[in-house]
Design a protein around this ligand. Sequence first.
Ligand code: AVJ
Length: 320
Amino acid sequence: RDADPQPGARMPVDDETAQFRADLVEGLSKPQKALSPKWLYDAEGSRLFEDITRLPEYYPTRQETALLRDMAPDIARFMGENAVLVEFGSGASEKTRIVLDQAPDLAIYMPIDISTDALDAATDRIREAYPDLEVSPVAGDFLDLPPLPELGKGPRTGFFPGSTIGNLTTELAIHFLTSAHERLGAGSHFILGVDLVKPADLLVAAYDDAQGVTAAFNLNLLARANRELDADFDLDSFEHRAVWNADRSRMEMHLVSTRNQVVTLDDTRFRFVEGETLHTESSRKFTRETIVELVEKAGWRLVDWRESNSPAVALALLQG
Ligand code: AVJ
């Protein structure tokens, strides 16, 4: 993956497989079959997501990178002197470098990620590239934040790029922003990356690219279930579908059954009628107004809002 953090589980392998199995059984039992997007990101899914970020149709990563580069001096000023930068779901810390390159006054960088492998590798690389920066990694799930170590006297800034907030339900997004606020403390700052509402054809193209990489990314979920859980999904009988849900202001990815069929997982049989879908991901698109509404429910206020060129994404600077 690029730097975009995913709400992915990296538990010990057996726990993770057991959780995948339980989630899939539960998800296939619902009237609208659905599964958490975190299961899209096994090694193969993470590799495919990285390919997605380089597709001509997938604008979010490119646009956010350009905007961060543009805004880096303002961000440095926003963070202040001797600042502590806390990144939630830091992954490979790739986008962070754009900020670090132009923030000489930053004292401490605290990457938080659920994958200790990714965290260790990123910590080594950042320490090597920025020898004067104190790097203090924290292993943890950003949806279930551990207490953060007391570090430095400077102001704290949270960093959550990649529009990952859009993959969370409103309830979870408020929960995350509230707990991040608690952990960072009163008076802290936050940099939030979001994707914006735009014409449906652009959105659909970004999630249903001509080369079929997003389709492969989505279908890999079924291949993963076959590999890890010994399920018997027939990959030729499911199709990728990306739809713009205007009512809920979100892109949705589904896997559509192209025939009546039965899928077996352990001893349980799950029926799909022709045209029935498994909902695998929602990616919410915002406006300045819907972001203000969301962050205020979590105790933050918007102090700056910057949009990229078209197709536009935005960075919201928060304080609270
Ligand atoms: C990186 C999780 C925000 O929702 O746009 C890309 C994931 N899914 N193409 C997004 C994704 C399909 C991406 N996030």
